[in-house]
Write a protein that binds this ligand. Structure first.
Ligand code: NAP
Length: 460
């Protein structure tokens, strides 16, 4: 017995040293990339039991390979604004890992975009995509372009210039971008048009999130928000709870937020608040999703406009204060690190029962720890926001077969995929001695799929 214990200790020590060494090298090489390092650490923290149980991953140097992108492309995006002035932005595409299929991941247009943000998103995307069980690798891209206040013509000129360069690196069997912050159906449409014009052929599978009239999938717009709620519903069901009659707070008011609000309300919850980057609205009667969708999707207004339509609603400056509103379920759906330790402690004090991440890495490391140590149900974005990319892969399948699916078929498949991701994450957490910890479970389940595929393919 003592001998076995000694051997086990030896294995733990070896695995720990291996992870620490790889992390230190990553830190040295990417010293100025805090978001990337945060994402790497979050995944590495979960993998100790995997390397203890399966040392062959260490022996084959999987971690140092998986953490290094296959390719990082940066490029100049010159365009002319409405005043005739030449502007230059920086474009990015990280083609992180293609062991499971073509690179797949969204494009983000936001002034904060840099290599660190794109690499954190791309790294997470590898494991998220693996969790869906579909044949898609991980990638991400975007530009430090600020779409706020730009005219439609400026958006078109910028996206056309962006695609003129990006088109050299993508293709339906190579790399298939989609939307993310600042990139919705309008931007995807302009990019698709430019790609088609340059290539001279209709390659429907080169982008997802397209309009339904020209190769897009029904249900893609709703997929991330609906998928998040399906995932959280599974998590609640395991504890004998549901969305029914729960008070919910959702941050953001973009694509993910709008459809998370809609589905949570369809499941019987009352969603009382949502935000944008300047403030939040509180509607004690429950947000009117039709009014909100019209303001955000059609009129493209700021969220403060909502109170003009709903006399009992209030608007408050300071989006971070949204987490002071007491709720049963919190769904951060805006951006990375939007919910910190203070906010997490306030939510716990106010009796929150479950937190589901719609955004990528919206909770800081300390906030996540706060939820876990207080036994709050906590769904990590890598698993709970995978619905968007899952339906993107269904869009690719429809494009390949040239057969559109009904909304019901897509939605049913989405719900099945989200349930499977939940079950796989729970099972992996159990198997590796981390029962109930969905962060560890999702990281491990995703990692093992990618690592196994890489091992089969040699030193790649
Ligand atoms: P979006 O449509 O551009 O919406 C983003 C929303 O978040 C906007 O309402 C924005 O407000 C708000 N926001 C930004 N920073 C904020 C802050 N600090 N505090 C409060 N609100 C803030 O983007 P999205 O597609 O919904 O993406 C949201 C998140 O989900 C991102 O983390 C993205 O990576 C992730 N995600 C998206 C998908 C997808 O299919 N779209 C899939 C998986 C994950 P302003 O207008 O004021 O900037």
């Amino acid at each position: 017995m003592a001998m076995i214990m000694k051997m086990e200790n030896h294995k733990v020590k070896a695995a720990k040293t291996y992870i620490d060494n790889v992390y230190n090298t990553v830190k040295e090489r990417n010293a100025n990339e805090p978001e990337f390092l945060q994402a790497v650490q979050e995944i590495f923290d979960s993998l100790l039991p995997v390397f203890v149980k399966h040392p062959h991953y260490m022996e084959n140097g999987i971690l140092e390979r998986v953490v290094e992108p296959e390719r990082l492309i940066t490029f100049r995006v010159p365009w002319v604004d409405d005043q005739g002035k030449v502007r230059v932005n920086r474009g990015f595409r990280v083609q992180y890992n293609s062991a499971l299929g073509p690179y797949k991941g969204g494009l983000r247009f936001h002034p904060s975009v840099n290599a660190s943000i794109i690499k954190f998103l791309g790294f997470e995307q590898i494991f998220k995509n693996a969790l869906t069980g579909q044949a898609i690798g991980g990638g991400k891209g975007g530009a430090d372009f600020d779409p706020k206040g730009k005219s439609d013509a400026e958006i078109m000129r910028f996206t056309q210039s962006f695609m003129t360069e990006l088109s050299k690196y993508i293709g339906s069997d190579v790399d298939v971008p989609a939307g993310d912050i600042g990139v919705g159906a309008r931007e995807i449409g302009y990019m698709f048009g430019q790609y088609r014009r340059m290539r001279g052929h209709f390659d429907a599978g080169v982008l997802t999130g397209k309009g339904v009239g020209y190769g897009g999938s029904l249900g893609r717009t709703e997929a991330t928000g609906y998928g998040l709620v399906y995932f959280v519903e599974e998590m609640l069901k395991d504890k004998g709870m549901s969305f029914e009659n729960k008070t919910v707070v959702v941050s953001g008011s973009g694509n993910v937020s709008l459809y998370a609000i809609e589905k949570a309300q369809q499941f019987g919850a009352k969603v009382v608040a949502c935000s944008d980057s300047t403030g939040y609205i509180y509607d004690p009667e429950g947000i009117c999703i039709e009014t909100l969708k019209h303001l955000k999707e059609v009129e493209r207004c700021r969220i403060c406009e909502y109170i003009n339509e709903r006399p009992n609603a209030q608007y408050f400056e300071g989006s971070e204060n949204i987490w002071t509103i007491p709720c049963d379920i919190a769904l951060p759906c805006a951006t990375q690190n939007e919910l910190d330790k203070n906010a997490a402690e306030t939510l716990v004090k106010n009796g929150v029962k479950a937190v589901g991440e719609g955004a990528n890495m919206p909770c800081t490391h300390d906030a996540a720890e706060t939820f876990l140590s207080n036994d709050i149900l906590y769904a990590p974005g890598k698993a709970s926001n995978a619905g968007g990319v899952a339906v993107s892969a269904l869009e690719m399948a429809q494009n390949s077969s040239r057969m559109p699916w009904s909304f019901e078929k897509v939605d049913k498949e989405l719900r099945k995929i989200m349930t499977n991701i939940y079950q796989d994450s729970i099972k992996a957490a159990d198997e590796y001695g981390m029962s109930g910890n969905l962060v560890a479970g999702a990281n491990i389940a995703g990692f093992v799929k990618v690592a196994d595929a890489m091992l089969f393919q040699g030193v790649i």
